[in-house]
Design a protein around this ligand. Structure first.
Ligand code: ADP
Ligand code: ZN
Ligand code: ZN
Length: 762
């Protein structure tokens, strides 16, 4: 019985692989990677992906038959299936969870009771307006004159002429109907009237949801000699190593080097994947790449809707090199696209923590997974960063990765001068104005006087991190999480930053009835308000999660700043990445202390990276910038290192500390979180898990403990940390850990227990 059985992956968290029988008439069409319909349980029909076809009958029972095959060609190629398997095994999750992260959900139909007929995905159509025929200039003038008494129709024509760029293009120029209506303010009736007069024609056609950018591309920029040396070294190293780390200071021109490399790889007919952190994917970088690679550039991020994702997926899978995407610029999930022939993977800002997915599973790290993906394609990997992760730099020093350093900025622009402003001292001497030290105020005054721009960085959004009753010390807390609520002035509410729960601001303390409620600490919203008081004539804007909820709001705020219509931009870490502003000369870091004091073994590394990155925004082109770091601890070692841009010492100190205290990369860390709504049961189960794990791993097990935030949305949380030696065979250990968890999950009363495993947690 050859190929009469198929293993499939179902799109949910389910332990075992499922084997189905392949009926005779489907023998030719059931292949790995195709979607099939299968029945599971009572009449419920699901879409699944075939992972393998074989002739081994399952040990027990007779498998059900596959009902239908949905794809002629595999939707998922063999390399993708291999990557999925690696991710499921390494990150200790189910293949179905990987599948759900990897494919747009429109490819799936879940829990149907009868066989579905239509796919969820439909091509998009749009309506365009064009001239009904070619007119001479004279004819067009006559037409416009003739519309003198039909004002609205005249407006429609004027809009069309302006937007189409007439007469630059060809005769069949078309403009979106919606654009014309919006621009002219006219109604559909006016457009119809022009159609009746045989002046305009209205056409509906299939457009796809993705924008087209044309193929007018230019050659890459000529590299400086420092860039050329770096590029040559990267290429040389690639002949011996698969992975190279490019450590180049901010604005050293790393992106231009990437562009040259991409160009060469595309010319060889191979594909390129360019990964960026979630908030690094801005209009600026997209434009820079599209200028060189035109329509071959696909973009992939989480704000695309499902139908758009399906189109991108299909354009990557396309076998036709003339119409498909050859270069994908995307966030972490882009690594799941159906690449057939990758030649190069670039991971820019490789140290960025947004490459690690926290929730839900798969809790994968995109940089590390991309290295595996590249290995499957025999492609090269270039990691780029201004301040690399301790992990990657360590790998470069040990010779596992090649290392290339770029120590000067493009155009030999000086790195910004960094001033440490002692906020404690200034407060004592009563020199602070609101939250601003004299040093910062002076620099801002000067910049505003010169017509230059300023960025203020505060890594907390909202108005005040918490509210406190000055009489009795009461602090409002979230009803379902163990955290204090952040006051948001604009909506006059108290908001939980963990679960989003919000309640109206109170005017009296519910505990002692006092009205003396104080706001404590400061977030971006408060800074914005204070800045408007201190600099009343400056144009101020704020960039954080609250002001960028709309799809294009981030790009709009950036564009306004770029165009010089904002003088002072206040923001969270969102402003720290990949942005390049001509006229920005002053960057203020308002409170370095709350970065540094975060209780996590990576806090110092991250503070350094964040401060370096934010500083890197200042003085990127012709002007030298100034960075002012406000702190109550001016002697702090990390801040001192930032002032000297001394990455190497930072690395040395952090690496030593991690070795002394046995943290990654000197050990492998696995974190197990257990959640239950009942605190007593949570304690019982987590103690059991702890005991079970200790029997196997002894002192390598830490906890169970309540984490910093021990309750979220009514779920109590406890965590267990396991630190394994690097040389221990990790696959075997993971299997044992999995068995302990499985045993706990099967216990009585454990059905309401949630267990999450995070391998290499961030
Ligand atoms: P990085 O990625 O290292 O931060 P970028 O590649 O963004 O640096 O370069 C910083 C600035 O210098 C950008 O405005 C970029 O256009 C410009 N630049 C870099 N290299 C060149 C070059 N070879 N020719 C012209 N402009 C360049
Ligand atoms: Zn009170
Ligand atoms: Zn909450």
């Amino acid at each position: 019985m050859k190929n009469h059985f198929a293993d499939v992956i179902l799109p949910f968290a389910i332990r075992a692989g499922f084997t189905y029988m392949v009926p005779e008439q489907l023998l030719d069409s059931v292949r790995p990677g195709v979607r099939v319909l299968v029945q599971l349980g009572n009449r419920r029909i699901f879409t699944a992906i075939v992972s393998s076809v074989h002739d081994k009958a399952p040990a027990s029972g007779t498998p059900r038959e596959i009902l239908k095959v949905l794809d002629q060609a595999p939707l998922v190629n063999e390399t993708q299936l291999k990557l999925w398997t690696w991710i499921a095994e390494y990150y200790m999750c189910y293949p179905g969870e990987v599948l759900k992260a990897a494919l747009p959900s429109a490819f799936f139909l879940e829990g149907m009771t009868s066989e579905p007929i239509a796919e969820k995905f439909r091509p998009k159509t749009e309506t365009f307006v064009g001239l009904s025929t070619t007119f001479t200039d004279g004819e067009l003038n006559n037409i416009l004159d003739g519309l003198a008494r039909a004002q609205k129709q005249y407006e429609v024509m004027a809009s069309w002429l302006r937007i189409s760029g007439y007469p630059e293009g060809s005769g069949d120029m078309q403009v979106r109907l919606s654009t014309i209506l919006k621009d002219s303010g006219a109604s559909m009736a006016s457009v119809r009237a022009l159609e009746k007069k045989n002046i305009l024609s209205i056409i509906t056609r299939e457009t796809g949801r993705l924008e087209n950018f044309g193929n007018e591309t230019g050659p890459p920029k000529v590299l400086s000699s420092a860039q050329l040396t770096a590029l040559d070294r990267i290429k040389l190293l690639f002949s011996a190593k698969d992975i190279v780390l490019l450590h180049g200071i901010t604005s050293s021109g790393k992106t231009e080097i990437y562009i040259h490399l991409i160009d060469e790889v595309l010319r060889r007919g191979k594909q390129v994947l360019y990964l960026l952190p979630e908030i690094g994917l801005t209009a600026q970088i997209i434009l820079r790449l599209r200028k060189h690679f035109g329509d071959a550039t696909g973009i992939y991020h989480s704000k695309f809707n499902d139908a758009e994702k399906v189109e991108i997926y299909k354009k990557v899978a396309g076998q036709d090199p003339s119409s498909g995407y050859r270069l994908i610029l995307g966030v972490r999930s882009a690594l799941f696209l159906p690449f057939s022939d990758l030649g190069l993977v670039i991971v820019d800002e490789e140290q960025d923590t947004s490459f690690k997915q926290h929730d839900p599973a798969p809790r994968y790290h995109a940089r590390d997974s991309a290295i595996i993906l590249a290995g499957l394609h025999k492609a090269k990997v270039l990691l780029g960063s201004a301040s690399p992760s301790i992990e990657s730099y360590g790998n470069a020093l040990s010779g596992k990765y090649g290392l290339v350093e770029l120590t000067e900025r493009y155009g030999k622009i000086k790195l910004p001068g960094i001033i440490i402003a002692n906020a404690r001292e200034a407060r004592r001497k009563k020199l602070m104005v609101s939250y601003f030290t004299p040093e910062l105020l002076e620099a801002m005054d000067r910049a505003l006087g010169n017509g230059e721009q300023i960025i203020l960085f505060q890594n907390r959004r909202g108005f005040a991190p918490y509210i406190e009753c000055s009489e009795c010390g009461w602090i409002p807390k979230c009803v379902q999480c163990s955290v204090s609520l952040t006051y948001h002035r604009l909506i006059n509410s108290l908001v939980c930053h963990y679960c989003g729960h919000s309640t109206p601001m109170v005017s009296r303390c519910p505990s002692c009835n006092s009205t003396a409620l104080l706001t404590r600490g400061f977030g971006t919203e408060k800074i914005e308000e204070e800045i408007k008081i201190v600099f009343p004539s400056a144009r101020v804007a704020r960039l954080d999660q609250d002001t960028t909820k709309g799809k294009n709001s981030f790009d709009k705020l950036i564009k306004t700043f770029e165009d010089g219509k904002t003088d002072i931009l206040i923001g969270t870490q969102m402003i720290s990445k990949g942005l390049d502003f001509e006229n920005l000369t002053v960057v203020g870091i308002l409170n370095a202390d709350n970065l540094l004091n975060f209780p996590d073994f990576r806090a110092h590394e991250r503070s350094f990276q964040m401060m370096e990155q934010v500083s890197g925004r200042a003085g990127r082109r012709s002007k030298t910038g100034t960075v002012i770091i406000q702190t109550s601890d001016p002697g702090n070692r990390i801040i001192r290192l930032v002032t000297r841009h001394d990455y190497k010492t930072m690395y040395r100190i952090q690496a030593e500390e991690r070795k002394d205290f046995n943290y990654p990369p000197f050990c492998r860390m696995i974190r197990i979180s257990l959640k239950h709504k009942n605190r007593a049961l949570l304690n019982e189960f987590s103690d059991k898990a702890g005991r079970g794990l200790r029997e196997l791993f002894g002192k390598r097990v830490l906890g169970p403990e309540y984490p910093l935030v021990s309750q979220v949305q009514q779920w109590y949380i406890k965590t267990i940390l396991i630190k394994l030696e690097r040389k221990l065979p990790v696959t075997g250990s993971k299997k044992l850990i999995g068995e302990v968890i499985e045993k706990i999950e099967k216990e009585k009363g454990a059905s309401a227990l949630r267990i999450a495993v995070d391998v290499d947690p961030y």
